[in-house]
Design a protein around this ligand. Structure first.
Ligand code: FAD
Length: 519
């Protein structure tokens, strides 16, 4: 009697032995019983169906008749090593049917022991798992193929579970995370999507744009889409009661190059527009300056003619001089009329909310070539958030271009070792302040008002706008109800501070006074 059964009666002790035989005989699993050398003593009909052998004809034969050389020898050796330890073995072998066809056998061999614990027989049970294996391998192949495609795709991919945790990601995603110094890009993509597309709900979102300023690679732009999908839960608990887990697939592609090209096109268009505006403005300014300068002598001649007219009654001799003066006055006024008449119309531009950070960025973009050529370092420090001012964008662009070009001229002066221009924007006190600072020779205190007068220049007669730049800057600031001052506290060069009132705010009194003085 088996020692395991020694303790008493078991229900199965009362079952007829025939029942056990029939259970094995009718089983759908291929079952064989062998002696300790694997010689077959019994095989059930299912064994015949799986192997192709008639169960009767295999009796007396060895299980090795099923062996195929595609099974490595080490597998048999391991199998037998385990059996000889009295333990069961389970594994997969390549078997040959009677017709020579190969199949995969998922085999379990269990030793049958006598009362002394010695193996007397073996029971082998096996199933043909060729198809299952093929299907499983196909799934594995497809998974490997899919993973390779995802990994080598030039797009960033991440799969997020319901809690927003990244459960799968590709190499491009990892590379971006590394470039961002460990920031989880998925979180940034989702925040950007929420900002630009609202709550994306069940349907996901498409083509949300996002920029990253962090890292050494400068600004990088991405277009990101999110697709929601549900996958069936694979756990046993949900085999009958279906449960689906929700996921969000994030796909993002880098559009930095595209953005850069778009920006180049825009800056080039601005460059052309600004050049045209500058031409018109410079003609207007030159004529205005000429009128201003002509006005003085004409006023003098008029005053002299007036005086002489009063004297003419007493002194008839002065009549010819009076006539000459009146003639000079007439031609002077005629010349003034001609100058007024040839003044081109001011370019009309509607007032609109303008972001000064953007205007300055555009101007720096337009001046990139000159900045690179001169090797001047620009320290650009925009306020992270800047309220828009009400203004004329084109005029403001022209004005800042003038100021920065002046700064470039200043730092180009001989003897400036490390030429640098710093541009900052700040917000506060109901106004936006822009400071343009250079480390050039600066403007002496005595000239700080004079430089705003028409035709005053320290650069000699060079340049078509010589002496008209700062008056234009002043005029634009006046048009925008703003103020401009040369910072008296700054001694390392020259710093222009421009204050723009925000809509519904007036500038503090001292700033207004400074402007009046400067004007
Ligand atoms: P073999 O010379 O038979 O054996 C290969 C290695 O196994 C040798 O290194 C040898 O040392 C060792 N070995 C073989 N017989 C014994 C033994 N009696 N005692 C100790 N070591 C031994 N094989 C299949 O390929 N397909 C099957 O479906 C299959 N079912 C089996 C079912 C049962 C119940 C048992 C007990 C064995 C079964 N085997 C099966 C194993 C089979 O007996 C062979 O070992 C195997 O087929 C390799 O055969 P072979 O002629 O290539 O080499």
């Amino acid at each position: 009697m088996n020692p395991n059964h020694a303790s008493g009666d078991h229900e199965h002790d009362r079952l007829p032995a025939r029942l056990f035989f029939e259970a094995v005989e009718q089983s759908n699993v291929a079952i064989s019983i062998t002696d300790e050398r694997a010689n077959i003593l019994y095989a059930n009909p299912a064994f015949g169906r799986v192997t192709g052998y008639d169960p009767e004809e295999v009796i007396g034969g060895n299980e090795s008749m099923l062996s195929d050389r595609n099974t490595p020898r080490i597998v048999y050796e391991t199998l037998w090593a385990r059996l000889l330890q009295g333990k069961a073995w389970r594994g997969v072998l390549v078997n040959r049917r009677q017709d020579g066809a190969r199949y995969l056998a998922e085999l379990t061999i269990t030793p049958v022991k006598d009362d002394g614990g010695h193996t007397t027989h073996y029971v082998g049970m096996h199933r043909d798992v060729t198809e299952e294996h093929a299907l499983a391998q196909q799934v594995r192949n497809q998974k490997a193929l899919f993973e390779t495609m995802v990994d080598t795709a030039p797009v960033i991919m991440a799969l997020l579970d319901e809690d927003g945790t990244v459960v799968q990601r590709n190499q491009a995603y990892d590379a971006l995370r590394e470039a961002l110094g460990g920031i989880e890009p998925a979180r940034e993509f989702l925040t950007a999507a929420r900002k630009s597309c609202g709550d994306h709900g069940q349907d996901g979102f498409r083509d949300c744009e996002l920029r990253f300023d962090a890292g050494s690679g400068g600004t990088r732009w991405f277009s990101c889409s999110g697709v929601r999908f549900r996958e069936r839960d694979t756990r046993a608990d949900h085999f009958f009661e279906e449960r689906r887990n929700a996921y969000l697939m994030l796909v993002a592609s880098e559009i930095t190059e595209l953005k850069r090209r778009q920006e180049d096109v825009r800056v080039n268009a601005l460059r052309a527009l600004t050049a045209e505006e500058e031409l018109v403005e410079s003609v207007r300014e030159t004529l205005a300056g000429a009128i201003y300068q002509l006005q003085g002598p004409i006023n003098l001649i008029a005053a002299a003619a007036n005086l002489l007219e009063r004297r003419a009654a007493k002194d008839p001799g002065s009549a010819s001089l009076l006539e000459a003066l009146n003639q000079a006055l007439g031609s002077g006024r005629q010349a003034l009329e001609t100058l007024y008449g040839s003044m081109p119309d001011e370019l009309m531009e509607a007032e609109a909310p303008v972001n000064l950070n953007q205007v300055l960025r555009d101007v720096l973009g337009m001046l990139t070539g000159r900045l690179l050529a001169t090797g001047v370092v620009v320290d650009w420090q925009p306020a992270p958030v800047l309220a828009p001012v009400l203004g004329r964008e084109g005029r403001l662009r022209g004005m800042f271009k003038q100021l920065i070009e002046n700064a470039l001229d200043a730092v180009g002066t001989r003897g400036i070792a490390a030429p640098e221009i710093r541009i900052t924007t700040t917000a506060g006190d109901g106004c936006v302040t822009v400071a343009v600072q250079d480390n050039g020779p600066g403007i002496p205190e005595a000239l700080r008002l004079k430089v705003f007068e028409p035709f005053y220049t320290t650069k000699g007669s060079a340049g078509r706008r010589a002496g008209m730049g700062l008056p234009m800057v002043q005029e634009v600031m006046n048009q925008h109800s703003g103020t401009i001052e040369i910072d008296p506290q700054y001694g390392g060069g020259c710093r222009f501070c421009l204050h723009f009132p925000l809509p519904n705010h007036a500038l503090p009194d001292h700033d207004a006074r400074d402007t009046d003085t400067a004007a």
